[in-house]
Write a protein that binds this ligand. Structure first.
Ligand code: SME
Length: 158
């Protein structure tokens, strides 16, 4: 079955608004969380033109690289380390306008300039991973990304 995304919108918010029902439809056909994470990454990478989109999943007290789209990346991140490990520790979204200004930022690719990390929380409010989205542009993420990325993660059954 052919599955193609259609994005014609101009503004970032319009792009999310066009993309979200398409992601919802993709996810409704499948109940495997890893498959759905993989499709979320592809939809965000190609639908929103982000540099890197990926999940890190908690395994034995580390974040371990999961489904992603983009250049190769670091595979393991400790609790409280980097932007991802800090979002896990603090249990809240982190928006980093300039990665060079974030003390302890883990640079997997020198082209990444700004990022947003959203904790992935299960029904017991336990962080089971994070979604990390990176941009080649400084200051690329704001509360619009936060709102719509949280909405997209809410469609994942985990
Ligand atoms: N920059 C992240 C590491 C993951 S990569 O950007 C894909 C961090 O500081 O946690």
């Amino acid at each position: 079955m052919a599955k193609e995304l259609k994005i014609t919108a101009i503004t970032k918010e319009e792009q999310y608004i066009q993309l979200i029902p398409q992601i919802k439809a993709l996810l409704s056909d499948e109940n495997d969380a890893i498959s759905n994470m993989a499709n979320i990454c592809a939809a965000l990478k190609f639908g929103m033109s982000f540099f890197w989109v990926g999940f890190y999943l908690v395994k034995e007290n580390q974040l371990v690289l999961g489904p992603f789209q983009g250049p190769v990346a670091c595979t393991r991140i400790d609790f409280g380390k980097g932007v991802c490990g800090s979002a896990w520790q603090k249990k809240h979204v982190l928006i980093v306008p300039d990665v060079e200004q974030f003390s302890g930022h883990i640079s997997c690719n020198s082209l990444s300039k700004s990022e947003i990390v959203i904790p992935l929380v299960d029904s017991n409010k336990k962080v089971i991973g994070v979604l990390d989205v990176d941009s080649e542009k400084l200051n690329n993420f704001d509360n619009i990304d936060e709102r719509y990325l949280i909405e997209i993660l809410s469609y994942l059954v985990i």
